[in-house]
Design a protein around this ligand. Structure first.
Ligand code: PMP
Length: 405
């Protein structure tokens, strides 16, 4: 029976306070718009999965049923299958990250791991530090736990550690719960943190006793330049997040969090409440894919596609965008960050752009505090080259309309 005091059009008083702090995702809203025909989507960061060998994936799925049978269809342990964690540990070892499997927990996408970071570390009002701009899905996940979010600006070399130092001086030792960074091909900025900055970040984190969370979904998507070692390979205290979403398939929702054991135990308690465990079938499938197929060969094909698409997007920006615009030059990943003169408001410009048939992520969505108004994130991951060029042309027309106003 419905509770008598509830009137169905007046739920407002019933919701928990954290709902008021939840950020609405502009990208989700945009997806709705982009599903209209003729809109070129430079907004969503979906990876290109056209290179996946579907016949081999089908073989992997069949092997799962043949080899594991009912076990693959049963509940599993909340930390994840030891076999899957072994696959992850071997992959991490190639990047110089040396961990036992009890320092790894499997999660339902890195997105769930980000939520766990909030659950485990943030009390309402706690300070956390993020890069500006930052991944809007992380800002969304953290916002449910009502933190005070402080922003450290970035440049082409990643997080400005001089600005981080100023902030840490202001906050004092232990003055923030964590520093959240995406050092490789950052979402949304597309830039990579230099080795020097990585070392400085770790020194400062150590000096001020602040946990570092390294979110690294794009590390293996380098198509140009030199590999830079992960923070986690230089400091075992770093919490590291990795995912299959960009190296296999985002639809599987399989990722991992690597952390010192006491933190893994806390995350494990969250997992027990949030989802019990990650699908055993999916874990078995990933074990097969990463041990029995030439996944690195497949990834090389994707990298080549991303490289040509990056070139197409940047070539079109050079050709069509006004001189006053600037943009980043990613050596991997999926995104370019474009900045227009300060009098532009890319949020306001969205409807005109959609009318012209192109979508992007307005920059202010990637900040917790309204910065980034004149910037936008463009994804080169998904649309073919001719659409990227046409999309940029349409955007340039939208911008030029405003320049002429
Ligand atoms: N972190 C970052 C920086 C991302 O860009 C994304 C998704 N694009 C995620 C985490 C979430 O990834 P997953 O698909 O593993 O949930």
């Amino acid at each position: 029976m419905a509770s008598p005091h509830l009137v169905f059009d007046e739920w407002e008083d019933e919701y928990a306070e954290r709902n008021e702090h939840l950020r609405r995702s502009a990208v989700r809203d945009l997806f709705a718009a982009v599903s209209r025909p003729n809109v070129i989507g430079l907004s969503g960061g979906s990876p290109d999965i056209s290179s996946l060998p579907l016949d081999q994936v089908a073989d992997c799925a069949k092997n799962v049923v043949d080899e594991f049978g009912l076990k693959a269809l049963q509940y599993g342990s909340s930390e994840g299958r030891p076999e899957m964690r072994r696959v992850v540990a071997d992959m991490l070892a190639e990047d110089g990250i040396d961990v036992d499997i009890d320092q790894i927990i499997i999660t339902n996408g890195s997105q769930q791991a980000l939520d766990f970071m909030g659950r485990v570390f943030i009390d309402p009002g706690d300070t956390i530090i993020v890069e500006g701009p930052s991944y809007l899905g992380a800002l969304q996940a953290f916002s449910a736990y009502m933190p005070d979010v402080r922003v450290v600006p970035m440049d082409d070399d990643g997080m400005r550690t001089d600005k981080l130092e100023e902030l840490l001086e202001e906050l004092g030792p232990g003055g923030a719960k964590f520093i959240y960074t995406i050092p490789n091909f950052q979402n949304p900025a597309g830039v990579t943190m230099t080795l020097e900055r990585r070392k400085r970040l770790l020194e400062l984190a150590h000096e001020y006793q602040i946990t570092v969370i390294e979110d690294d979904p794009y590390g293996k998507l380098r198509f140009e330049g030199e590999h830079v070692p992960p923070l986690k390979s230089m400091d075992p205290n770093v919490i590291y997040l990795g995912t299959t979403s960009k190296i296999f398939a985002p639809g599987l929702r399989l990722a991992w969090c690597v952390a010192p054991k006491p933190i893994i135990e806390k995350i494990n308690l969250s997992e027990q409440g949030a989802g019990l465990c990650v699908s055993a079938f999916t874990q078995c499938l990933c074990e097969q894919y990463f041990t029995k197929t030439d996944w690195k060969g497949t990834l090389k094909k994707s990298q080549a596609i991303y490289r040509s698409r990056r070139d197409a997007l940047i070539g079109a920006l050079e050709e069509y965008f006004p001189e006053e615009a600037t943009w980043t030059h990613p050596e991997g990943g999926l995104f370019v960050w474009v900045t227009l003169p300060p009098y532009f408001d890319t949020m306001q410009m969205m409807s005109a752009a959609l009318e012209r048939g192109v979508a992007y992520v307005p920059g202010s969505n990637c900040y917790p505090d309204g910065q980034g108004k004149s910037s936008m994130r463009l994804a080169f991951s998904y649309e073919p080259e001719e659409n990227l060029r046409e999309g940029v042309r349409r955007l340039a027309d939208t911008i030029n309309d405003r320049l002429e106003l």
